[in-house]
Write a protein that binds this ligand. Structure first.
Ligand code: SAJ
Length: 439
């Protein structure tokens, strides 16, 4: 082991290592908190001054990392925050957790990674460990981060240490949090992997080393492509069952009795969030540069992407069956978030569904426990409609898009004339089944 590796591992072990976390969103803030709670002095960097000022006041902007966790760490200065990159050379380890969105063309947008690494490279010094956590295509760490760091003349694996470790934060998951979600780590060299694993092992229960940064980058893309493709499979199964006159939910429940070799996914109104709709496109984009077409990813994206239209088509059919048109009908959309029990509406299919219904001139209303109002892409703002028996009874079609646990589904069915349930959320409601239609 080189003297530098031994030295870095030493200050990690005795917690004297200073840690910088770049990006204080739903990934970076919980990560910064874990290392601060493990006894390190941690500095969070986020360019959003409002977030930084809020954190300085002990206020958290991340649902899963509440004020009562953040405030004491800020108070005892175990966690500091800043809205600039000044003096990054004081950190012994820097973890980069910035967004990796898609452009409108569904091409990767790694501009946040590039600006972060260019700021870090300005102050890079011998002995630093830099780890990228943002989901990206295989090769990003070696092709984008490494050259910018080595422009300093320092060599990765010799003078500095470079690794990739995919984030696995599942918003709203109370069972799996940063500390107890296994962490995959791959470095530019064996020494890079070694020091990165050593760092994570101070704050995370299970760390799984892999042989390279490319491998670690690909692990994450497999995880989320697996989900996107399997969700698309059951969405297509729903379309098949509709044509076969079968109940797709019953078919999936039947298949789920198989104790091995099967894992249930469920149809829905489409896919939302910051991971599943986006991450697989990082892989298909990379493969295009290698003249390979990632057909599963493209097909999954097409099928998942058409589900909002399927829902709107079905809503139109149901209204037509009771001699009503979408135009002028009162339609109440229940749930705006992309999945149950959280407020996040990023890429939410509910927004697409509302936009299409609005275009067809439905008399649209919405309810979501996490949102008092909603602004659609075109700028139209909807105030939340109270979820009362009276409002349900005056609605022509109730469209269940997000199956929040707090909804009283018996009450909803009891007072609704017509329901399109895209999540099978009313499966346990015994009465009024004739008013319920599902995907
Ligand atoms: N969805 C379906 N049918 C399913 C499962 C999901 O339509 O059977 C929809 C959801 O409603 C949502 C979208 O797909 O709109 C994505 O759902 P998700 O459960 O994958 O939730 P995410 O986006 O929060 O995914 C996160 C991911 N975590 C990370 O990327 C670190 C994912 O890898 C996790 O597996 C997932 O949480 C989880 O298990 O809950």
């Amino acid at each position: 082991m080189s003297r530098l590796v031994a030295q870095l591992k030493g200050i990690i072990a005795d917690r004297s290592a200073r840690i910088g976390v770049v990006g204080l969103g739903y990934v970076g803030l919980p990560l910064a908190v874990e290392f601060a709670q493990a006894g390190f002095r941690v500095t969070g960097i986020d360019l959003d001054r409002k977030k930084v000022e809020g954190l300085k006041a002990g206020k958290s902007h991340v649902e899963d990392t509440p004020d009562e966790v953040v405030a004491p760490l800020i108070k005892k200065r175990a966690l500091r925050v800043q809205h600039h990159y000044r003096s990054c050379d004081r950190f012994d380890a820097i973890l980069i957790c910035v967004p990796t969105p898609l452009r409108k063309t569904k091409d990767p947008d790694i501009s946040y990674i590039v600006s972060a690494i260019e700021e870090i490279a300005r102050d890079v010094r011998r002995g630093q460990l830099i780890i990228l956590e943002s989901t990206t295509y295989p090769g990003t760490t070696e092709e984008v981060l490494r050259p910018r760091l080595e422009a300093s003349g320092l060599r990765a694996g010799k003078d500095i240490f470079l690794a990739f470790s995919p984030e696995r934060v599942d918003p709203g998951n109370r069972g799996f949090v940063t500390r107890n979600t296994p962490k995959v780590v791959g470095g530019t060299t064996a020494d890079c992997t070694d020091v990165a694993v050593h760092l994570y092992r101070q704050a995370i229960e299970h760390v799984h080393p892999v042989s390279s940064t490319h491998t670690a980058e690909m692990v994450k893309l497999l995880e989320n492509t697996f989900r996107a493709v399997n969700i698309a499979l059951v969405n297509e199964l729903a379309l098949m069952c509709e044509r076969l006159g079968l109940d797709v939910w019953e078919v999936i429940d039947g298949a789920s009795t198989k104790p091995f070799g099967f894992m249930p996914f469920y149809p829905g109104p489409g896919i939302g969030g910051h991971c599943i709709p986006l991450d697989p496109h990082y892989l298909s984009w990379k493969m295009k540069t290698l003249n390979y077409s990632a057909r599963f990813i493209e097909l999954a994206s097409d099928i998942n992407g058409m589900m909002p239209s399927v829902v709107v088509r079905k809503a139109g059919q149901l209204l037509n069956d009771v001699r009503k048109s979408v135009n002028g009908s009162r339609v109440l959309v229940l749930g705006a978030a992309y999945k149950r029990d959280i407020g996040d509406t990023r890429e939410s299919p509910a927004l697409d569904i509302m936009r299409m219904l609005d275009e067809q001139r439905a008399r649209l209303a919405f309810h979501d426990p996490f949102h008092a109002q909603l602004r659609l892409e075109g700028g139209k703002v909807y105030k939340r409609t109270p979820l009362t028996a009276a409002n349900l009874e005056r609605t022509d079609l109730v469209l269940l898009v997000t199956d929040h646990s707090e909804y009283d589904y018996d009450m909803i069915v009891r007072h609704s004339r017509l329901i399109l349930d895209t999540r099978n959320a009313t499966r346990n409601v015994k009465t009024g089944r004739s008013r319920i239609h599902r995907l």
